[in-house]
Write a protein that binds this ligand. Structure first.
Ligand code: SAH
Length: 342
């Protein structure tokens, strides 16, 4: 059956017209679903029984529940395993930063990308998430914590630009003024570099922050750790990034995982600086999380600081990602893998 909470505002209006009701009723219903985040028709107090009965014939609610929750002892970070109707599970994280409450959400069950350092891909790809399943992660976290989410990062499992239409629908619903009204500027989408869809996204006129998982300063090194790099060449990713910056006026983020002895030398930093010189961009250096299935170690703090110094000396903005919830973080996707093995 079709899902009522997976309809964009325009699609909901069409559904209302379809049951021969005036389309303004979509306002109220959209608010119940995406602002008050109800899970059933019963909870829609000021909507007539007749309208609800008609909708119910064709549309049901997406079902999702918190299967497991881990609370950090070091800070406010909470990690959730969320289960959907078909039994599939994904991970989502609640992070409390000074600038606001952030939800890190997954865009797919599993992942096809095969990045060597990443736990999310070790059990392969299962399916795309619907827009409603991405929204549900945020709604469930808000209900569980009792706190409003102000920032969203699409950095959980999956490659969001390989789930393109659902991602764009998700962004438009979460941003809608009758829904959660989260500003596009407070949303970051991370991609391993799906070139054609970076161009497409630039044309959508949605001013989110795009983050590119670069992780290596050259085509050769990138191919060693990211199989997708063979398909989408570094030079073409950087061209697409220039186009994105030019079209949207938005500053880009380049994510760079620090892997001991692989990509963390002063020379790597110098090559990376040359690559990114003159771009409206930040480099986010990420200490690599330990992943059981991968034989990879994080760089030492001193090497990370030195790497940052070289970038800065070359005029590149660089920051080191602060680690929250390191006691429960068990690298993204790791928790799901553990559960799948049980
Ligand atoms: N597929 C998208 C989004 C999901 S991954 C992408 O590749 O960007 C989100 C971020 O977490 C990416 O930058 C990814 O490379 C990073 N990541 C994956 N495994 C990691 C690990 N073991 N330690 C630190 N960051 C990791």
């Amino acid at each position: 059956m079709k899902k009522i909470d997976d309809l964009s505002f325009d699609e909901l209006q069409e559904a209302i017209i379809g049951i021969k009701e005036p389309k303004f009723k979509a306002n109220q219903i959209f608010e119940w679903i995406h602002n008050k985040t109800v899970d059933s028709y019963d909870e829609m107090k000021n909507v007539s029984k007749k309208v609800k009965a008609e909708l119910q014939k064709e549309y049901e609610f997406t079902k999702a529940a918190i299967e497991l929750k881990l609370q950090s002892k070091l800070d406010e970070t909470k990690k959730y395993v969320i289960k959907f109707e078909d039994g599939n599970i994904v991970e989502s994280v609640f992070l409390k930063y000074k600038f606001g409450n952030t939800a890190c959400i997954s865009s797919q069950v599993g992942c096809k990308m095969g990045c060597h350092f990443c736990a999310s891909t070790k059990n392969g790809f299962i399916r795309d998430l619907t827009a409603a399943e991405m929204l549900k992660q945020i709604y469930l976290i808000q209900k569980d914590t009792g706190e409003k989410i102000s920032n969203v990062v699409i950095m959980g499992s999956g490659e969001p630009l390989e789930n393109y239409s659902n991602i764009v629908k998700f962004l438009n619903i979460i941003n809608h003024d009758k829904g959660q009204n989260i500003s596009m500027r407070k949303i970051t989408l991370s991609t391993s570099g799906i070139v054609p869809n970076i161009y497409k996204l630039a044309e959508e006129n949605i001013p989110i922050t795009l983050a590119i998982s670069l992780h290596a300063p050259s085509q050769e090194k990138r191919e060693e750790i990211m199989p997708i790099a063979r398909k989408y060449k570094l030079a073409n990713i950087l061209k697409a990034c220039d186009y994105y910056i030019k079209t949207t006026g938005r500053r880009l983020t380049f994510e760079y995982i620090m892997i001991k002895g692989f990509n963390d030398s002063s020379e790597d930093a110098a090559i990376l600086s040359n690559l990114l010189k003159g771009k409206l961009a930040n480099v986010n250096l990420i200490p690599c999380n330990y992943v059981k299935e991968a034989n990879i170690q994080s760089s030492d703090n001193l090497d990370i600081e030195n790497f940052k110094k070289v970038l800065r000396e070359n005029g590149i903005n660089a920051t080191v990602r602060r680690e929250l919830g390191s006691d429960i973080n068990a690298a993204c996707g790791q928790l799901r893998n553990d559960i799948l093995k049980m």
